[in-house]
Write a protein that binds this ligand. Structure first.
Ligand SMILES: *Cc1c(COP(=O)(O)O)cnc(C)c1O
Ligand code: SF4
Length: 462
């Protein structure tokens, strides 16, 4: 285009037309009484729906009850399919009315929230042959029960073993949730227990290098207000502790609690404020995976936290059919930023039992990252990581020493965490090219595939 210059006037600047409103979809949050679409909640008014006690009391924790709630909403074939899915799944169930209302039941097979919480028999795929129970090897780095001290200056405290929802993709199914029939191993007991907590605090106090404690579980939403205070103040009292994060999935499945549980909210804010006075950083880490999980109710809850000075960051899990495409991830990242939540990490799905159809490849993560970076502020752009199986910790997914897209094996090293060791991640076999699928079909090839990958990684580091 030629620019016309008018004598005496400054040259015209290139002009950017205003954005088409459809590109601002991240601001378009679900509002109104959307829950009334569900027959069981057709008569529920807003005050009731916003009450966290009602959400808790009406959360569904039994498979037959969940299936009964779906009668009339979905085709009978879907209910049979879900029954089969639950029959084989190693996780417990807990679904809040809010979560149930966000699922599009006219298309339950495709719905991204249904995929995360309700397993189906028909989509099940065999686990990868290299998958293990506690794939992150958290128990091997655990000096006291419920504390994982893997990195030099930070540790993970599993304070309790219950959550406001049970996610199919949970890495910690070795400890989290009630026992279910399909468990092959007995769960590790990580109940909220005074003696166990005392042991954890004592350990942290005797390790001067520990500056940063992640309080997880389980889930901080299920800590009582007095327990938030107990953990918060006891950790703040330890001189070497400088940073703390309370981790919770809660805002994604029950934002009502942030709005109406004044006791819990007050306890959190009290700890954050005391931390600030001491020059210590206390924040909330949450876990949204899909833009549909962020509604007008979420925005109000996040605003309440923001106004009270609580920093909120988000960690997502990359899941096939949920958020493994560029548009969805861009929308999620921009919507999080819009409601004052900072996108922090996107995890390549851990090697977890019974959810092979939810995993995707490292290559997919790399491609999505490339397309997300640049769409918003750099500080609101998540880092895409692989939590290296076997205990290498989180690694930028791009930083592999070797990646074979045919066998799907990526090799990572973690010089600052476990020097000298190699860590392997495995893409799901069904997404590999035929050549790779054929090699995995032959068990005699498995060790060769690993050895090859290790040799190439080593050759690179020589
Ligand atoms: C994720 C994690 C942490 C925190 O790591 P950041 O990269 O700082 O978020 C600490 N300890 C363990 C064992 C972890 O898995
Ligand atoms: S809320 Fe977190 S810890 Fe609990 S089941 Fe889900 S992913 Fe696991």
């Amino acid at each position: 285009m030629e620019l016309k210059v008018i004598e005496g006037e400054p040259p015209a600047r290139p002009s950017k037309p205003p954005a088409d409103p459809s590109t601002l979809e991240h601001r378009n949050l679900l509002e109104g009484d959307f829950w009334r679409r569900i027959p069981a909640y057709a008569d529920v008014d807003e005050a009731t729906f916003l009450d966290h006690r009602w959400q808790m009391k009406r959360s569904i924790t039994k498979v037959p009850k969940l299936l009964a709630a779906l009668e009339g909403l979905v085709a009978p074939g879907f209910i049979e399919d879900a029954k089969e899915g639950f029959g084989a799944a190693p996780m417990a169930v807990r679904v809040s009315p809010y979560l149930l209302s966000l699922i599009d039941w006219s298309n339950p097979y495709e719905d991204p929230l249904r995929r995360q919480f309700i397993p189906l028999g028909s989509t099940r795929l065999p686990d990868h042959p290299k998958l293990r129970f506690d794939s992150l090897n958290e128990q091997a780095d655990s000096p006291v029960p419920g504390l994982t001290h893997r990195y030099p200056d930070k540790a993970l405290f599993l304070a309790l073993d219950t959550c406001p929802v049970y996610c199919r993709f949970c890495t910690r199914s070795y400890a989290v949730g009630p026992e279910v029939e399909q468990d092959e191993l007995e769960k590790l007991s990580l109940k909220a227990n005074k003696q166990r907590w005392d042991d954890v605090f004592a350990y942290v106090a005797t390790r001067p290098e520990l500056e940063d404690i992640v309080i997880s579980g389980g889930d901080s939403f299920n800590l009582r207000a007095d327990q938030i205070r107990e953990i918060g103040h006891r950790l703040l009292d330890i001189e070497n502790v400088r940073r703390m994060r309370f981790a919770t999935k809660g805002p994604a499945v029950m934002p009502q609690k942030v709005l109406s549980d004044d006791d819990w909210f007050g306890a959190l804010v009290e700890v954050v404020q005391r931390g600030r006075e001491l020059g210590k950083d206390v924040v909330l880490h949450t876990h949204f995976n899909h833009p549909n999980e962020i509604t007008d109710i979420t925005a109000r809850a996040m605003k309440r936290l923001f106004s009270a000075g609580v920093t909120v960051r988000n960690q997502s899990v990359l899941q096939r059919g949920v958020n493994d495409d560029v548009d969805t991830m861009q929308l999620l990242v921009r919507r999080l930023g819009y409601v004052n939540v900072q996108p922090y990490y996107v995890y390549v799905h851990d090697m977890v039992k019974g959810v092979e159809e939810l995993r995707t490849t490292v290559d997919t993560a790399i491609n999505i990252e490339k397309n997300v970076r640049g769409c918003t502020a750099g500080f609101n752009t998540p880092v895409f990581v692989v939590d290296a199986p076997g205990g290498g910790g989180k690694r930028d997914c791009h930083s592999f020493d070797h990646y074979d897209r045919v066998t799907g094996v990526s090799v990572y090293t973690a010089p600052s965490v476990k020097p000298g060791r190699y860590f392997f991640y495995f893409d799901p076999i069904h997404l590999l090219p035929e050549e790779g699928r054929l090699r995995w079909m032959d068990p005699a090839e498995h060790n060769k595939i690993l050895q090859e990958a290790r040799d190439r990684a080593q050759a690179r580091n020589r």
